[in-house]
Design a protein around this ligand. Structure first.
Ligand code: AMP
Ligand code: ZN
Length: 116
């Protein structure tokens, strides 16, 4: 757990969140400033600051996040109409929370191309 990290606080139930999925490795919860009718964040429970901190031998972390995003999208009835996944990385990428996360957006046409 990283001190001062809001997503680590959510993982450790020290901050509130509307959790939609949880297992040993992954947590998914609703974005509290949604940019679409469905806006969920999927995160590894382990703190990685961004995609830049995932090594070549940690491909399963990314695969796990993406496959969970797909499954959650299906559970939220987004599969047929589709959805958008986004990973903002660093300053120019618009990343505001330095804990790796995948945005899942859906529920309307013309989803935003930028979040954060
Ligand atoms: P990014 O700009 O890619 O780093 O995305 C961070 C996202 O986290 C933004 O969409 C915020 O609205 C969202 N966010 C920040 N704090 C919280 C929180 N406590 N609970 C839920 N979502 C949050
Ligand atoms: Zn963290």
């Amino acid at each position: 757990m990283a001190e001062q990290c809001i997503f680590c606080a959510i993982v450790n139930k020290l901050a509130p969140a509307a959790i939609v999925y949880e297992d040993e490795q992954v947590l998914a919860f609703k974005d509290n400033q949604p940019m679409a009718p469905v806006h969920v964040l999927i995160i590894p429970k382990t703190h990685y600051q961004s995609l830049n901190d995932i090594d070549d031998n940690q491909v399963e972390i990314l695969g796990n996040l993406l496959l969970h995003a797909k499954t959650i999208a299906k559970q939220l009835n987004l599969a047929d109409n589709g959805y958008r996944l986004m990973i903002n990385t660093g300053k120019d990428g618009g990343q505001t929370v330095p804990h790796l996360h995948v945005h899942l957006l859906g529920g309307k046409p013309h989803l935003p191309v930028q979040v954060g």
